[in-house]
Design a protein around this ligand. Structure first.
Ligand SMILES: [Zn+2]
Length: 80
């Protein structure tokens, strides 16, 4: 399960996303794992260097759930 690119861009335009802590670029996408009973594991991935944010199980069809993934990514950056 994944979202079309235009929906991803819409989500990313609404939320403040921190640049990648490794390469400093803001070339962010999502990575979807295999859906199971708990939902779909999704994480942020840096398209530039391949760095990944933490995985979180979400409802992959629910736009608002992606906020959680971005939040984890941002939080991880602050701790660096
Ligand atoms: Zn990067």
């Amino acid at each position: 399960m994944s979202l079309p690119n235009d929906e991803i861009e819409l989500i990313l335009s609404k939320i403040l996303v921190m640049p990648c802590p490794f390469c400093g670029k803001l070339d962010i996408s999502f990575q979807w794992g295999t859906e199971d009973r708990e939902g779909t594991p999704v994480n942020v991935i840096c398209e530039s260097c391949g760095a990944c944010g933490p995985n979180e199980y979400i409802d992959a069809d629910k736009e608002s759930d992606y906020v959680k993934i971005i939040y984890l990514w941002n939080k991880g950056n602050e701790e660096k």
